[in-house]
Structures are given as structure tokens and as C-alpha cells.
Design a protein around this ligand. Sequence first.
Ligand code: HEC
Length: 210
Amino acid sequence: MARAGRNRSARSPVLLVGSGSYFANTFSWQVLLAPANSVYSLENPQSSLATLSADTDGEYLIQLTVDNSRALPHNTTFTLTLDSTLTLDSTLNKHGSHLNFADDIVPLLQTTLYNQRTCQSCHYSESDIEAIPVYYDSGNLNVYQDVRARVDFNDPDNSILIRKPTRLQHGGGVRLDLASELGRSVYSVFMDWIAHGAPCGNDGAICVLP
Ligand code: HEC
């Protein structure tokens, strides 16, 4: 069964993540629709991780088809919106393989406003909201380990870090709203960071060994 994540917004180039597919021996990525006159290319289109590079902003309809010797091929599509003007702190100017927790993910958890709230505004050590399961503030010396424990390396879209704030089944409601460009772009950054192994970076205060 093909799984490639949900609609996202990003800057080119973008990593396409099919590793969460089930019963898949072969992978094939295709661009079904692209903006007029766009010149684009797919790197590793027959692999679970492919990269799309394009010179034109706009919507790209991406399809992933997976197959194995016993089942019928299965495919899934999602819309990737390329927007070269996206800025999100430092993050979206980086290629996904350079994303790290300390520089790029921490600001998204501590300072970025999602419908007027930061993640940290509820997820902080001194919060009086009952039963907050994870703290994102700098007072939590294990913040990196705590976030890493909530990612699914094989299937980034299944990470609880992503599943919770994109759904109503979250004590804080829908915060990463995939109907908004901010939500889709933060989602894309999380997907990219996890697919690249969720590295911590070099910040001595945050990237301490447990
Ligand atoms: C308005 C308060 C509020 C905000 C803002 C908020 N959350 Fe939450 N979050 C909660 C509460 C309450 C829970 C515990 C209940 C639950 O699991 O749904 C929770 C649970 C979670 C969990 C589950 C952790 C676990 O191990 O069970 C994750 C992950 C999470 N939130 C991520 C986020 C992210 C990422 C953001 C910012 C995009 C965010 N939250 C913003 C209130 C909030």
C-alpha cells in the first residue's frame, strides 16, 4: 500500500517520502500535473525516497505507485505546493539534509505562532494544563530525546509529533492546520527532518547525551 504523506508546501528541492508504504518492493514516483512551462526533474524516482527539483512555483500533483510480486500495484497522490518565497525562521532556506533540531525544529516548537499560540505555550514545564505529556521549553533538558522518542523514522507521517497537532484528537486542537500554508510548510519541515534521521545539531545545551 502506497503512503507518501499529505499535502505540503515547500521550496524546491523537496524530498518525497514513500518509506511508510506497506508491502512495497518497488517504488515509482511521477509528476502527474505541474504548472505550465515548469522544468522539473525527479532524482531516484524508483526509490522510497526521491527528490523533486523544479524551477517554477505552483502546485505539483505527485503520485507514488508501489508494487510487490503478490499484490496489485497501489498508488497514492498528494499536492506539493512549491513556493520559493516561503520563509520560516532559518528553516526553509535549507536543504532538508541540513535541517537539525537545535537550529530549525526548536524555533518551530517554541516561537512560531499557530493560530496565535506557540506549541510551547501549552507544552512547558510550568504549565498548569493537566497531563501535558511532553515539554518543549528550554527548561526541559531532555527536550531533544523527548521529541525524538515521538518520531517514526520509517514512516515520518505516522510520527506522533506530526499526528497529534494536525488532528482534532489533540488536547491543543488542530495547530498544524494543513489547510494553511504555514501548517503545510511546517509539516513539510518535520517530514524532511525525520526522513533525514532527525539529527540534533551542535548546540551543546540541547544536544546532550542522555
Ligand atoms: C492549547 C494547548 C496546546 C497547544 C498550543 C499544543 N498542544 Fe500538544 N497537547 C496538548 C495537550 C493537552 C496534550 C495531551 C492530550 C493529548 O495527547 O491529546 C497534547 C499532546 C501532544 C502530543 C502527544 C505527546 C505524547 O507523547 O502523548 C504531541 C506530540 C503534541 N501535543 C504536539 C504539539 C505540537 C507540535 C504543537 C504545536 C504545533 C502543540 N502540540 C501545541 C495541548 C497543546
